[in-house]
Design a protein around this ligand. Structure first.
Ligand SMILES: C[S@@+](CC[C@H](N)C(=O)[O-])C[C@H]1O[C@@H](n2cnc3c(N)ncnc32)[C@H](O)[C@@H]1O
Length: 248
Protein backbone atom coordinates (compact mmCIF):
# COMPACT_ATOMS: atom_id res chain seq x y z
CA UNK A 1 0.00 0.00 0.00
CA UNK A 2 1.79 3.13 -1.11
CA UNK A 3 -0.55 5.65 0.50
CA UNK A 4 -1.73 5.30 4.09
CA UNK A 5 -4.81 3.20 3.43
CA UNK A 6 -5.93 3.07 7.06
CA UNK A 7 -8.63 5.20 8.61
CA UNK A 8 -8.89 4.70 12.39
CA UNK A 9 -12.43 6.06 12.51
CA UNK A 10 -13.80 3.76 9.82
CA UNK A 11 -11.91 0.75 11.20
CA UNK A 12 -13.46 1.45 14.62
CA UNK A 13 -17.02 1.30 13.24
CA UNK A 14 -17.33 -2.39 14.16
CA UNK A 15 -15.06 -2.30 17.19
CA UNK A 16 -17.14 -4.76 19.26
CA UNK A 17 -17.13 -7.39 16.50
CA UNK A 18 -13.46 -6.85 15.69
CA UNK A 19 -12.48 -6.86 19.37
CA UNK A 20 -13.97 -10.22 20.24
CA UNK A 21 -11.31 -12.42 18.57
CA UNK A 22 -8.62 -10.31 20.24
CA UNK A 23 -10.19 -10.95 23.66
CA UNK A 24 -10.48 -14.66 22.95
CA UNK A 25 -6.85 -14.80 21.80
CA UNK A 26 -5.57 -12.82 24.79
CA UNK A 27 -7.50 -15.08 27.18
CA UNK A 28 -5.27 -17.96 26.11
CA UNK A 29 -2.02 -16.05 26.67
CA UNK A 30 -1.02 -17.31 30.09
CA UNK A 31 2.13 -15.53 31.16
CA UNK A 32 2.60 -14.41 34.75
CA UNK A 33 3.82 -10.87 35.29
CA UNK A 34 5.39 -10.18 31.89
CA UNK A 35 7.78 -7.23 31.81
CA UNK A 36 7.74 -6.50 28.09
CA UNK A 37 4.69 -6.96 25.87
CA UNK A 38 4.47 -6.07 22.16
CA UNK A 39 1.43 -5.74 19.89
CA UNK A 40 2.40 -6.14 16.23
CA UNK A 41 0.12 -4.12 13.91
CA UNK A 42 -1.49 -2.41 16.88
CA UNK A 43 -3.78 -0.17 14.82
CA UNK A 44 -5.43 2.58 16.84
CA UNK A 45 -4.14 1.07 20.10
CA UNK A 46 -7.55 0.50 21.66
CA UNK A 47 -6.98 -3.24 22.02
CA UNK A 48 -3.32 -2.78 22.95
CA UNK A 49 -4.55 -0.76 25.91
CA UNK A 50 -6.36 -3.82 27.27
CA UNK A 51 -2.95 -5.54 27.54
CA UNK A 52 -1.64 -2.63 29.61
CA UNK A 53 -4.70 -2.86 31.85
CA UNK A 54 -4.17 -6.59 32.32
CA UNK A 55 -0.45 -6.25 33.06
CA UNK A 56 -0.01 -2.79 34.61
CA UNK A 57 3.62 -3.44 35.57
CA UNK A 58 4.61 -4.35 32.00
CA UNK A 59 6.02 -2.06 29.36
CA UNK A 60 3.49 -2.43 26.54
CA UNK A 61 4.57 -1.36 23.08
CA UNK A 62 2.53 -1.17 19.87
CA UNK A 63 4.14 -1.36 16.43
CA UNK A 64 2.37 -0.22 13.26
CA UNK A 65 3.34 1.11 9.83
CA UNK A 66 0.32 3.36 9.30
CA UNK A 67 1.00 6.99 10.29
CA UNK A 68 -2.74 7.58 10.84
CA UNK A 69 -3.06 4.53 13.11
CA UNK A 70 0.12 5.41 15.00
CA UNK A 71 -1.10 8.96 15.52
CA UNK A 72 -4.35 7.60 16.99
CA UNK A 73 -2.53 5.00 19.12
CA UNK A 74 -0.17 7.62 20.56
CA UNK A 75 -3.19 9.26 22.16
CA UNK A 76 -3.94 6.05 24.11
CA UNK A 77 -2.56 6.19 27.65
CA UNK A 78 -0.34 3.46 29.04
CA UNK A 79 1.32 2.25 25.83
CA UNK A 80 4.36 3.21 23.75
CA UNK A 81 3.90 3.17 20.00
CA UNK A 82 6.52 2.75 17.31
CA UNK A 83 6.06 3.53 13.61
CA UNK A 84 7.71 0.62 11.80
CA UNK A 85 7.16 -2.04 9.16
CA UNK A 86 6.85 -5.48 10.74
CA UNK A 87 8.98 -6.97 7.97
CA UNK A 88 11.97 -5.05 9.33
CA UNK A 89 11.07 -4.47 12.98
CA UNK A 90 13.05 -6.32 15.64
CA UNK A 91 12.67 -5.77 19.40
CA UNK A 92 15.48 -3.90 21.11
CA UNK A 93 15.49 -6.38 24.02
CA UNK A 94 13.95 -9.80 24.74
CA UNK A 95 10.19 -9.74 25.31
CA UNK A 96 7.75 -11.90 27.23
CA UNK A 97 4.61 -11.60 25.10
CA UNK A 98 4.12 -10.81 21.42
CA UNK A 99 0.52 -10.42 20.30
CA UNK A 100 -0.79 -9.64 16.83
CA UNK A 101 -4.45 -9.24 15.97
CA UNK A 102 -5.75 -9.01 12.40
CA UNK A 103 -2.47 -7.69 11.03
CA UNK A 104 -0.06 -10.41 9.85
CA UNK A 105 -2.00 -11.12 6.64
CA UNK A 106 -0.87 -7.68 5.47
CA UNK A 107 2.79 -8.65 5.88
CA UNK A 108 4.04 -10.64 2.88
CA UNK A 109 6.01 -13.73 3.90
CA UNK A 110 5.01 -13.36 7.54
CA UNK A 111 5.68 -17.05 8.25
CA UNK A 112 9.36 -16.41 7.52
CA UNK A 113 9.37 -13.70 10.20
CA UNK A 114 8.22 -16.05 12.95
CA UNK A 115 11.81 -17.12 13.67
CA UNK A 116 12.74 -13.53 14.52
CA UNK A 117 9.73 -13.01 16.77
CA UNK A 118 9.96 -16.37 18.52
CA UNK A 119 13.71 -15.82 18.81
CA UNK A 120 13.02 -12.52 20.60
CA UNK A 121 10.99 -14.23 23.33
CA UNK A 122 12.37 -14.99 26.76
CA UNK A 123 12.07 -18.70 27.71
CA UNK A 124 8.40 -19.35 28.51
CA UNK A 125 7.39 -16.31 26.49
CA UNK A 126 4.38 -16.42 24.19
CA UNK A 127 3.78 -15.39 20.57
CA UNK A 128 0.03 -15.22 19.89
CA UNK A 129 -1.73 -14.08 16.76
CA UNK A 130 -5.04 -14.07 14.99
CA UNK A 131 -5.55 -13.67 11.24
CA UNK A 132 -8.61 -13.79 8.99
CA UNK A 133 -9.46 -17.09 7.36
CA UNK A 134 -12.11 -15.76 5.02
CA UNK A 135 -10.25 -14.83 1.84
CA UNK A 136 -12.27 -17.45 -0.02
CA UNK A 137 -15.57 -15.92 1.14
CA UNK A 138 -17.76 -13.96 -1.31
CA UNK A 139 -16.87 -10.69 0.42
CA UNK A 140 -13.27 -11.17 -0.70
CA UNK A 141 -13.60 -13.09 -3.96
CA UNK A 142 -16.12 -10.49 -5.18
CA UNK A 143 -13.79 -7.72 -4.08
CA UNK A 144 -10.95 -9.11 -6.16
CA UNK A 145 -13.17 -9.76 -9.17
CA UNK A 146 -14.70 -6.27 -9.02
CA UNK A 147 -11.33 -4.60 -8.51
CA UNK A 148 -9.89 -6.44 -11.49
CA UNK A 149 -12.91 -5.47 -13.59
CA UNK A 150 -12.13 -1.84 -12.73
CA UNK A 151 -8.45 -2.17 -13.59
CA UNK A 152 -7.06 -2.47 -10.06
CA UNK A 153 -4.35 -5.11 -9.69
CA UNK A 154 -2.95 -5.31 -6.17
CA UNK A 155 -0.97 -7.58 -3.93
CA UNK A 156 -3.73 -9.08 -1.84
CA UNK A 157 -3.34 -10.03 1.78
CA UNK A 158 -2.63 -13.69 2.30
CA UNK A 159 -2.81 -16.20 5.11
CA UNK A 160 -1.79 -19.81 5.51
CA UNK A 161 -4.09 -22.57 6.67
CA UNK A 162 -4.02 -23.50 10.38
CA UNK A 163 -1.94 -26.66 9.79
CA UNK A 164 0.83 -24.60 8.18
CA UNK A 165 0.96 -22.26 11.18
CA UNK A 166 1.11 -25.22 13.55
CA UNK A 167 3.94 -26.78 11.55
CA UNK A 168 5.91 -23.53 11.40
CA UNK A 169 5.61 -22.88 15.13
CA UNK A 170 6.43 -26.41 16.23
CA UNK A 171 9.43 -26.41 13.86
CA UNK A 172 10.71 -23.46 15.88
CA UNK A 173 10.52 -25.56 19.04
CA UNK A 174 7.34 -24.00 20.40
CA UNK A 175 4.45 -25.71 22.13
CA UNK A 176 1.67 -24.43 19.88
CA UNK A 177 -2.11 -24.28 20.17
CA UNK A 178 -3.77 -23.46 16.83
CA UNK A 179 -7.51 -23.26 16.21
CA UNK A 180 -10.16 -21.57 14.11
CA UNK A 181 -13.54 -20.06 14.81
CA UNK A 182 -16.26 -18.85 12.45
CA UNK A 183 -18.35 -16.09 13.99
CA UNK A 184 -21.74 -15.53 12.41
CA UNK A 185 -21.78 -11.76 12.66
CA UNK A 186 -25.24 -10.21 12.34
CA UNK A 187 -24.53 -6.75 10.98
CA UNK A 188 -27.05 -3.93 11.21
CA UNK A 189 -27.78 -1.23 8.64
CA UNK A 190 -27.99 -1.06 4.86
CA UNK A 191 -25.15 -2.60 2.84
CA UNK A 192 -23.56 -3.70 6.09
CA UNK A 193 -20.95 -5.98 4.51
CA UNK A 194 -19.80 -3.11 2.31
CA UNK A 195 -19.50 -0.93 5.41
CA UNK A 196 -17.48 -3.67 7.12
CA UNK A 197 -15.16 -4.11 4.16
CA UNK A 198 -14.56 -0.38 3.96
CA UNK A 199 -12.70 -0.63 7.26
CA UNK A 200 -10.17 -3.21 6.04
CA UNK A 201 -9.77 -5.09 2.75
CA UNK A 202 -11.40 -2.37 0.65
CA UNK A 203 -8.88 0.24 1.77
CA UNK A 204 -6.09 -0.49 -0.73
CA UNK A 205 -8.57 -0.69 -3.63
CA UNK A 206 -10.07 2.70 -2.77
CA UNK A 207 -6.57 4.12 -2.37
CA UNK A 208 -5.71 2.92 -5.90
CA UNK A 209 -8.72 4.49 -7.61
CA UNK A 210 -8.99 8.15 -8.64
CA UNK A 211 -12.78 8.01 -8.51
CA UNK A 212 -14.22 4.92 -6.77
CA UNK A 213 -17.90 5.70 -7.52
CA UNK A 214 -18.48 3.11 -10.27
CA UNK A 215 -16.38 0.48 -8.51
CA UNK A 216 -18.36 0.90 -5.28
CA UNK A 217 -21.71 0.72 -7.07
CA UNK A 218 -20.61 -2.49 -8.81
CA UNK A 219 -19.22 -4.09 -5.63
CA UNK A 220 -22.35 -3.10 -3.67
CA UNK A 221 -24.59 -4.82 -6.22
CA UNK A 222 -22.50 -7.99 -6.17
CA UNK A 223 -22.45 -8.09 -2.35
CA UNK A 224 -26.22 -7.73 -2.16
CA UNK A 225 -26.55 -10.94 -4.17
CA UNK A 226 -24.37 -12.90 -1.71
CA UNK A 227 -25.42 -11.27 1.56
CA UNK A 228 -29.16 -10.61 1.44
CA UNK A 229 -30.44 -8.76 4.51
CA UNK A 230 -32.74 -10.68 6.86
CA UNK A 231 -35.25 -9.22 9.29
CA UNK A 232 -32.54 -9.43 12.00
CA UNK A 233 -29.67 -7.97 9.97
CA UNK A 234 -27.12 -9.23 7.46
CA UNK A 235 -25.39 -12.50 8.34
CA UNK A 236 -21.67 -12.25 7.70
CA UNK A 237 -19.65 -15.42 8.45
CA UNK A 238 -16.30 -14.33 9.81
CA UNK A 239 -13.68 -17.12 9.95
CA UNK A 240 -10.59 -16.42 12.00
CA UNK A 241 -7.41 -18.46 12.61
CA UNK A 242 -5.72 -18.29 16.02
CA UNK A 243 -2.31 -19.45 17.26
CA UNK A 244 -0.67 -19.32 20.67
CA UNK A 245 2.94 -20.52 20.76
CA UNK A 246 5.07 -20.82 23.89
CA UNK A 247 8.83 -20.81 23.64
CA UNK A 248 10.27 -23.69 25.61
C1 LIG B 1 -6.93 -4.62 10.57
S1 LIG B 1 -5.86 -3.54 11.42
C2 LIG B 1 -5.78 -4.30 13.04
C3 LIG B 1 -5.40 -3.32 14.11
C4 LIG B 1 -5.41 -3.88 15.54
N1 LIG B 1 -4.46 -4.97 15.72
C5 LIG B 1 -6.80 -4.33 15.92
O1 LIG B 1 -7.03 -5.54 16.00
O2 LIG B 1 -7.65 -3.46 16.14
C6 LIG B 1 -4.30 -4.00 10.70
C7 LIG B 1 -3.16 -3.12 11.16
O3 LIG B 1 -1.95 -3.70 10.68
C8 LIG B 1 -1.10 -2.64 10.29
N2 LIG B 1 -0.12 -3.16 9.33
C9 LIG B 1 -0.36 -3.70 8.11
N3 LIG B 1 0.79 -4.05 7.50
C10 LIG B 1 1.78 -3.72 8.37
C11 LIG B 1 3.19 -3.81 8.33
N4 LIG B 1 3.82 -4.35 7.27
N5 LIG B 1 3.90 -3.35 9.37
C12 LIG B 1 3.28 -2.82 10.45
N6 LIG B 1 1.94 -2.70 10.56
C13 LIG B 1 1.20 -3.15 9.52
C14 LIG B 1 -2.03 -1.63 9.67
O4 LIG B 1 -1.43 -0.36 9.59
C15 LIG B 1 -3.23 -1.71 10.60
O5 LIG B 1 -3.15 -0.78 11.64
Amino acid sequence: MSRDAWDPERYGAFSAERGRPFAELAARVRVKDPRRVVDLGCGDGRLTATLAERWPAARVQGVDSSPAMVEAARRVPGIDVVLADLAAWRPAAPVDVIVSNAALHWVPGHLDLFEHWVGALNPGGVFAFQVPGNFGAPSHTLLRATAEAHGVALDWPSVAEPAAYLAALTALGCAADVWETTYLQVLKGDDAVLAWMRGTALRPVLAALEDPTDFLADYRTRLRGSYPPTEHGTVFPFRRIFAVARRS
